[in-house]
Design a protein around this ligand. Structure first.
Ligand SMILES: Nc1ncnc2c1ncn2[C@@H]1O[C@H](COP(=O)(O)OP(=O)(O)O)[C@@H](O)[C@H]1O
Ligand SMILES: [Mg+2]
Length: 282
């Protein structure tokens, strides 16, 4: 082959390679998996609470797990966050196999179930409660606590972060109030805010609207949605009050008797006869 022909051919090949989107490009534009559960099974004696459960939670979305009481929702999130060990199956978080990890290790990875954070301190203000959840504050070390210089800049950073999150949650005007002055809905938001302070990348909440008036529950979900959009946090929320979650959901998994019986957009899932039957107890 002549030298010139070879050069032309190699340029053509380079052009083709550079102008053909690679598989990596397609992966980048597709939604990334944050959490993958594969073939989970959990039994309590003879009762099969989870039976071959598979789910993919996409990064930056609010995914809801719905289903009637006793369908296995809480058991599933207990297995994901390390509180229960599945009898079979695996779970990956950001590509890392976290199956069988202790709850504390899972939390350190940034997968936070809200009650894993210490309950709000009743005698502290809203801001102080946010600050106590901040992870790795050097002032917590006995030795470093004696040297102001060792922790002051981190303390300023934590305080700024707490104010930004409180503003996002529309709670900034209450920063100095005792946490006991907050409504039930506002407490749920503080819980989510504290999860962010602790470095959460994904927040798992079990029925955050329980015991809250529907109007306040809508406020909770709309603030959580703001959090999702602005901070790119991924949510997995268990809820059985379907009328509350309708406007906020990106993706839904429906469970019944330990199995995933339907998945997709909420409207599609709600019109699925299997889901209707499960709610009607047929
Ligand atoms: N710790 C446990 N010991 C025995 N049975 C349990 C335990 N936790 C859950 N179950 C049973 O597993 C099934 C699923 O329960 P659960 O996950 O709490 O459902 P959901 O959260 O959807 O209401 C139910 O039949 C429940 O009684
Ligand atoms: Mg439950």
């Amino acid at each position: 082959m002549g030298c010139r022909r070879f050069v032309r051919l190699s340029y053509r090949l380079r052009y083709m390679v550079l102008n053909t989107p690679s598989p990596i490009f397609f992966c980048a534009i597709a939604l990334e998996n944050m959490l993958v559960v594969n073939c989970f099974r959990k039994t309590f004696g003879g009762l099969v609470a989870l039976d071959d459960v598979n789910i993919d939670i996409k990064k930056g979305l609010m995914t809801m797990l719905i289903g009637p009481n006793g369908s296995g929702k809480t058991t599933l999130i207990n297995c994901i966050t390390g509180f229960y060990k599945p009898a079979r199956g695996r779970v990956w978080f950001e590509g890392k196999d976290i199956t069988g990890w202790s709850p504390y290790k899972v939390y350190n990875e940034g997968l936070v179930r809200t009650f894993q954070i210490p309950q709000p301190f009743q005698n502290l203000t809203v801001l102080e409660n946010m600050l106590t959840a901040y992870r790795g504050n050097p002032g917590e070390s006995f030795i470093k606590a004696l040297y102001r210089k060792a922790w002051i800049s981190e303390e300023v950073k934590a305080t700024e972060m707490a104010f930004e999150i409180l503003e996002l949650l529309d709670l900034h005007h209450m920063w100095d109030s005792p946490v006991t002055h907050l409504s039930g809905g506002q407490m749920k938001l503080v819980e989510a805010g504290r999860a962010i302070m602790s470095g959460a990348k994904m927040i798992v909440m079990d029925e955050p609207a329980s015991g809250i008036y529907p109007k306040l529950a809508h406020e909770v979900f709309s603030q959580l949605t703001e959090m999702k959009k602005k901070l790119r946090v991924t949510f997995l929320i268990v809820e059985h009050r379907l009328e509350l979650v309708l406007p906020y959901v990106d993706y839904v998994y429906a469970m019944s008797t330990g199995k995933i019986i339907s998945e997709g957009k909420l409207k599609e899932v709600l019109s699925d006869p299997a889901v209707i039957d499960s709610y009607l107890g047929r």
